[in-house]
Ligand binder design. Structure first.
Ligand SMILES: [Zn+2]
Length: 401
């Protein structure tokens, strides 16, 4: 009897089927919307938009191809390439790249900017991290711009299956998933995995265009020792030291470390671009709590305001340990990056973006003083202005959908 009653409910089952269909349709729309790229407004300084596949034609028409914004002054000088969005969950990177494309104007030499260097990584998220797929930044007039929160890895829909172990192009043996981690795939392989081909194309661009300086922009968890840092290839060390002095003397309270690119960690830009091209290579990192292992739920507020109760607690705990401890204990660290806003124990996005842009400007200035090939770039949002006025003040109005 019980069974019969369940079976004979034609109205209920058709309602459930209809609800299921609606649910599936909504889920499909949400899923497919992840492939929509965040809007970017091309600024007056951009003289042409090229595609990365121009330097490695097999990339054309693949999800690995991406825009290369060229800001050419028309005046002889240095050539600089900056890559943002290598890891699309390191959001300060592609937000800083967007500000460069929308605001910077080159007056001497040539600047090339890639905002979404691993374009495929922007089309999905990291499973089990429950990251938001996007976040918004408000402009002073109340309008809002949205940005993608993507994955550290190339979308498996675009590159699959992962090998058991990845022997990367530099010969290092890594976990299979690192075959989809762009910053483990340098200097790339022309016939390799999609991610390796993207790395190859970046290196080809640098070689064919005679790029003098290459800068790669990243973030890392606050508890990770390599954070708040410039990592320089040995040929870029002198340049980076000058930039660091310029930064620390020019901006009150600014602290940043300089580290040499390790010789035994292979596949990363600062090592492989330096070794396989003539460019000087520097990588910069800021601290991002939404990437960390101590974080709580990743909300849009955590992404933009950099506020997380677990990190605030860890910071307070560290201060207590250091205050009452002696010797080794006094120097014990939970977080390597101290919060940028120490009063609130937070890592706001505007501080992180401001640090990256200030670092870029100092490296460009150092290149001009340090070498006989200079570059002059105007319009990069100022460090202090970004912190006081916010990122929205430097973003163009949202384009029509
Ligand atoms: Zn990174």
């Amino acid at each position: 009897m019980e069974m019969e009653r369940r079976i004979h409910h034609p109205r209920l089952s058709s309602v459930l089927t209809a609800l299921g269909a609606v649910w599936a349709a909504v889920a499909a729309v949400l899923f497919l919307s992840a492939h929509r790229m965040e809007p970017l407004v091309v600024g007056e300084g951009v003289t042409s938009i090229r595609r990365l596949s121009e330097w490695h034609t097999p990339l054309a028409g693949t999800p690995g191809d991406t825009d290369v914004y060229v800001l050419d002054s028309g005046v002889e000088g240095a050539k600089v390439l900056i890559t943002f969005g290598t890891h699309p969950n390191e959001v300060a990177s592609h937000v800083a790249g967007t500000l460069m494309v929308e605001n910077a104007v080159c007056r001497e030499g040539m600047l090339m900017v890639i905002v979404h260097t691993n374009a495929s990584g922007f089309t999905h998220g990291d499973p089990q991290e429950a990251y938001p797929t996007r976040f918004e930044i408000e402009r002073p007039d109340g309008t809002r711009r949205w940005f993608r929160f993507g994955s550290r890895y190339t979308n498996p829909v675009h590159q699959w299956p992962d090998p058991t172990l990845h022997i990367n192009p530099a010969g290092q043996v890594l976990a299979g998933i690192d075959s989809r981690n762009l910053n483990r795939c340098y200097p790339g392989r022309p016939h390799g995995f999609l991610t390796e081909q993207v790395a190859w194309a970046v290196c080809e661009l640098i070689r064919q265009e005679d790029v003098d300086l290459f800068i790669d922009i990243h973030e890392a968890a606050p508890e990770y020792p390599t954070v708040n840092v410039m990592i320089a290839h040995e040929r870029a060390m002198e340049l980076a030291s000058e930039a660091l002095i310029d930064l620390e003397m020019g901006i009150p309270g600014f602290e940043i470390n300089l580290e040499p690119s390790p010789l035994n960690l292979r596949g990363l830009t600062h090592r492989e671009v330096g070794d396989s091209t003539d460019a000087m290579a520097v990588l910069m990192e800021t601290a991002n709590p939404s990437q960390g292992r101590l974080k709580g739920r990743t909300t849009e507020e955590q992404v933009v305001e950099g506020r997380d109760s677990a990190y605030t607690q860890a910071y307070q705990h560290q201060i207590e340990i250091q205050a009452r401890g002696t010797g080794d204990e006094a120097s014990r660290r939970i977080l390597w990056a101290l919060p940028y806003d120490s009063a609130s124990g937070t890592y706001p996005l505007r501080f992180r973006v401001a640090r990256h842009l200030a670092g870029i400007e100092s490296l460009l200035n150092a290149l001009t003083y340090h070498t006989d090939r200079g570059i002059a770039v105007e319009g990069i949002p100022d460090h202090g202005d970004l912190i006081t006025q916010g990122i929205g003040a430097f973003l163009a109005p949202p384009p029509e959908d």
